[in-house]
Design a protein around this ligand. Sequence first.
Ligand SMILES: Cc1cc2nc3c(=O)[nH]c(=O)nc-3n(C[C@H](O)[C@H](O)[C@H](O)COP(=O)(O)OP(=O)(O)OC[C@H]3O[C@@H](n4cnc5c(N)ncnc54)[C@H](O)[C@@H]3O)c2cc1C
Length: 427
Amino acid sequence: MAININPDGLHVFMCASHVIIGDGIAGASAAESIREGDPEAEVTVLTEEGEALYNRILIKEFAKGKLPAAPVSIHDPEWYDERDINLHLDTVVTDVDTDAYEVHTHGGETYEYDKLLVATGGTPTQLPVDNSDAEGVHHFWTFQDARAIKESAADAEKGVVVGAGLLGIDLAAICGAQNVDAHYLMRGESWWRYALSPEGAELIHEAMEDIGVTPVFDSGVDHFETDEESHVTAAVDPNGERFEADFAGVAIGLNFNTEFLRGSGIETDNGIITDEYMRTNVEDVYAAGDITQFHDVILGDRAQNGAWGSAKEQGSIAGQNMVADGPEAEFSWVSSYSITHFDFPFLSFGHPTRGDDSVERKYDDGTWRRVALKNGRVIGGVLIGDLSAQSVLKKLARRQLDVSERTDLLLKQGVDIDAFEERATTE
Ligand SMILES: Cc1cc2nc3c(=O)[nH]c(=O)nc-3n(C[C@H](O)[C@H](O)[C@H](O)COP(=O)(O)OP(=O)(O)OC[C@H]3O[C@@H](n4cnc5c(N)ncnc54)[C@H](O)[C@@H]3O)c2cc1C
């Protein structure tokens, strides 16, 4: 509780103190909604990074060399000043004492809170192979990483990319845009094999070839080779094949930043467990963004999203509930993630890698769709080439209508929601 004294010096009043760890889109959105909900509250944002909120989605365009730095930034420090939000850059939280309602930092500072939000996201997983820390081997999460990648790729002639998912393809696209002759080393027989069938992935493989990136299947990295200056020179895959590279991009997943919560009593399991109101198991402690393993009311199960829109919404929901007396706002959201590197659109939505069934169709050489189902309900999917069905498919996912009897209708070019709604009302 912070004590404020009115300018007349006569009135003293107490206001709530909200501390937010992390100034990504989840933390910054929470700060904004707390300020909107309570003009008097003390709001403090602590971030390890040396810069205020920027658009993490756009850093790949910056690394491609196609976008100047300015549009990547979202808030400058004045944005926080104008809203009376205390922003502390370069501040690493080292532990949280939930009994004393205190947050401690690496600099020895203590911040007291009434309500705490943890929005610390993740850190890229290091490839556990020899020389993965060599010069020229890059992991990708921050604007700082993007600056290093941009420079390194601009100087490179040959590259390798590892990690057959949504961030790996960004690194492949950066190689393409920076004219790095690259091999994309993938573990299985196709890109993002948990969400796309080989037939769908083939469209992506062809698009990679078009930008000068060669996919290599049933591969990966056994170790990197380096020169006497510890700069990467090649990647050797588990089959013994050697790929020359003076640039390497690695995107094999995230480690969620929960280590500083050890001993706090906050329940974690590959992230922080929350309910649909973004509350953790510990009173007055909330979590939002990539870090949450939240109760997904649509799925009826625990879920995790790694998407900008979802992190923004969770931050906003957490902020509203931190200010309110009880849980008011509920997180109910179908996330989406698009790829804009190629001359056709690509969108994944919901939870395309989960489910107990799926239907898919290739319409022509550039158009493909897959819809993931669980218990006869749409829970996610991937659209390539033609995104016109996205809003209906997302609506079906949101409403959890039973589509099991007419899954063929999900693959019609124009999906008609009435056909499913009529069924639901006549049942
Ligand atoms: C290159 C790239 C491209 C992407 N493209 C897309 C896209 O096209 N579409 C899409 O939907 N999503 C995309 N994403 C994912 C999206 O950016 C994330 O889902 C989103 O930014 C998550 O926001 P967040 O606030 O939860 O976490 P983050 O943005 O990771 O923010 C967490 C913050 O907490 C800080 N922090 C961590 N630990 C501590 C600590 N102990 N003390 C203090 N501060 C700490 C971190 O430094 C960081 O600033 C992309 C991500 C990347 C990296």
